[in-house]
Every structure is written in C-alpha cells, then in structure tokens.
Design a binder for this molecule. Sequence first.
Ligand code: PLP
Length: 466
Amino acid sequence: TLIAAATFVDRHGSRHPLPDASAEAQVRADDRAHVFHSWSAQALIDPLPIAAGEGSTFWDYEGNAFLDFSSQLVNLNLGHQHPDLVAAIQQQAGRLATIQPSMANDVRGELARRIAEVAPGDLDRVFFTNGGADANEYAVRMARAVTGRRKVLSMYRSYHGGTATAISLTGDPRRWPNEPSDGSVAHFLGPYPYRSSFHASSEAEETERALAHLEQVITLEGAGTIAAIILETIVGTNGVLVPPPGYLAGVRELCDRFGIVYIADEVMVGFGRVGEWFAVNAFGVVPDLITFAKGVNSGYVPLGGVVISQRIASHFDTVAFAGGLTYSGHPLACAAGVATFEVFERDGILDRVRDLGSRVVEPRLREIAAAHPSVGEVRGRGLFWAIELVRDRATREPFVPFNASGTDAAPMAAVAAACKQAGLWPFVHFNRLHVAPPLIIAEDELVRGLDIIDDALGIADGYVAG
Ligand code: PLP
C-alpha cells in the first residue's frame, strides 16, 4: 500500500514533504542491525528516526514535530539548518574541502583570530581538535609538558568526554566501567549549595569550605605532583551547577599559588549558552587553557579546541608540541565557525540569550517551582537551566539516586514521555530536567515549551512522598 508522504511546516509557514513511512522502516532496520550506539545496552534502545530539522524544531517520519529543548546534547546553539552555516559549508566545500593541519588556511586562521578576540586575558592561540573530549586530552597534555608534572585534579559530578584521559577526568558514573584508564587523576568535591558536601548554609560558606577542601586535596595529593586542575565553568550534564560567587577566583588563586595549570572546560557552556562567548567572562576569571567544542559551530561539522595563554604557548616556541590530528582545523568545520561569529554579531545572540534567560525563563521557572511540590530547586543562567526533582522537598531525596545505573526511573521516564507526547523533546538526566533550547528559539516557542514542562510536572507531583 502506498502511504501518503507526511509533511512539515517550517517557521516561515512553507510546507515541505517528509520521506514516506517505507523510508522510516529502512532507517529503523539499518540502525537496529548495524549502528552501534553510545552509552547504551544495544538491545534495550529504540532510537527515533528523524526526518528533518529546522530552527528549534525537528520532525519524525510521521510528521510529528518536536520543539528541541535539548539542542542535541546542548550543541545546536544556532538551531537546525541555519541558512548561514549551511551556505558557509557549501561554499567552502566548493572551494577547498580539506587541507592538512601543517599548512596555513584562511578560514582556520580567521576562526582562531576571532576566538582569540573574545577569549579572556592573554589567551590568544588555538589548537583545533575534532570535539570536546580530545580538546580536554590535549589541554592536559599541554599542562603536563609545561609543568613537568603528571597528576590532574578534577571534580566529582563532572563530565569531560569519553576518550581515555577525558573519561578518567569525568566525575560521574560513566567513568566507573572504564577504570583504570589514566591513572594520574584524582577527584575533589565542588560547590553544590543545594546538596552541600560541606554542610554550608550560605553560598559564601559553600565557597569558603569548597576552596578549603580543594586546598587540602592539593596538599594531600602533593602540590608538586599536580599539573592541572580542570573544571567545567558551569557544570553541565551533572546538573547546571553555577559556581557561587568567589569560587572560580579562589581556584585561580590556588593554581597560581601552587604552580598548577587552570583548565576551564567550556565545551558545553562556551559560545553563547549562558550569554557570554566564554562563561568565565561572567566570573571575571582568566584560566590558562579553555577547551571548547559544540557551540563553536553548532556541531554542523565536528570541531573542538583549546584556547592557550601566551605563557603556555611560549613554552612550545622552541620545544616541539608532541601531538596532532589529521582533521585539526578542518576547513568545513572552521567555515561554519566563522559563520557562527557572523551570525552571533549580526543577530545580537549574546544579548538575546541574556534577555530571554532573565526575562522569560527564570521568572517562569520560579513560578513552576512554586507550583510543583516535586521541584526541589531551579537554577541556571542564560538559556541553560536545570529543574531538580525530589520525592520530598524537606529531605531533598532525589527521584533517582546519583549512582543509579540508568536515567529512566519511573517518574523521570513518565515526565519525559509526557513532554514528548505534547511535542517537546526534553533533556533528562538522573533527577533533572534541563532547559537548553537553541539560542535562536523564538520567544513564543520558548513560552510554549515551558508551558509543556509545567503540565508534565503534574505527573512528577504524583510521585511526591506523602
Ligand atoms: N566536556 C563537557 C563539559 C561536555 O559537556 C562534553 C560533552 O557533552 C565533553 C567535554 C565531551 O565532548 P565531545 O562529546 O565532543 O567529545
């Protein structure tokens, strides 16, 4: 039987055909038989075939539209099929599709210059990688070469990527099945005022005690053995943990005092997510190295990198840097990166994110928190927020324990299903629902998405104790 092709309507009101249902069956069959997926038990997943995307929306083969509140792993800052990025990649492909990293190239150089212009302090060189994990690997390698030390400290409740050293740096359960990998990593506790490890009763106390703890870890691990401290400027996947005032400045001071390289992982929060080019800019702190990926070109072509201070870069003036990647600074990826800068500047993306965050998202989430007994806390900045769900507001017992093996415990799965049913694709992790839409999302779409979340949380309320 011939099934009529489904259609989708883009944001300009034009109707486009979607592939028909027989195409969907083939996508599903190929995927199930031959694609090996990340972080999953292969037999227990059923990935939804996606037919098209445009702006903040994507469509399945039946024509169901989903408002994308996940930005595809908090990556797609300029949304699906942004015409400027697509044109830049097409134009570059027609001109020079690839060139090895040891040669100079116009778009690679222009992107490095533009990143240097918006990076803090004297960070003015860029080493390009294929993504976030390898950016962190290379940042650590630079720190080890410069200091002559090996150990790296990273935070519990962090994610730094899936490759050998990056997964060792990671401070969440994804590390466990991969241990031991890089043996020279030790972890410390970071600030998390809502679940303070330090029994702090104010943000100021949390900052003070978290820094005292970090200093103690440095001392116990041996300051002279520590090459680097790496931390996400705002912890992303592990809960949108915005550091309390003074914390990052305190980390900077400890690094200076003990000759340790400060690596800021901005793979998720860089390039506009919180209304800044780099999130450290909001905290007035200058790290030695900043790692980035994702938002630099919205992942249209894989790209990441390390922004390097003059002090670190100058170490390699006469000593060879022992590292490289065939696709470092790939012209298609860099062309999309240059186009990203042009769009951000022309369309005032950073101002837009700050405005939507403070005028639309924050007040609406505070309202939602007040209305739902299942909401323990809402927190965030710009277009990057978390709603933390609890069984009991008084005890703060989470719906899913931190060491759970999956994220699909009943209440969270039910909330996610209700969101999808209503046309919103949520980002759910452990006991949290994150709000991370593309930065180009229209205000009415944002309002509609938050309304859907408000409705879906009614289900979570049903799981509240008592
Ligand atoms: N660092 C942070 C903070 C991340 O959020 C991620 C990915 O989510 C990574 C590193 C790893 O990046 P990639 O998946 O591009 O290797």
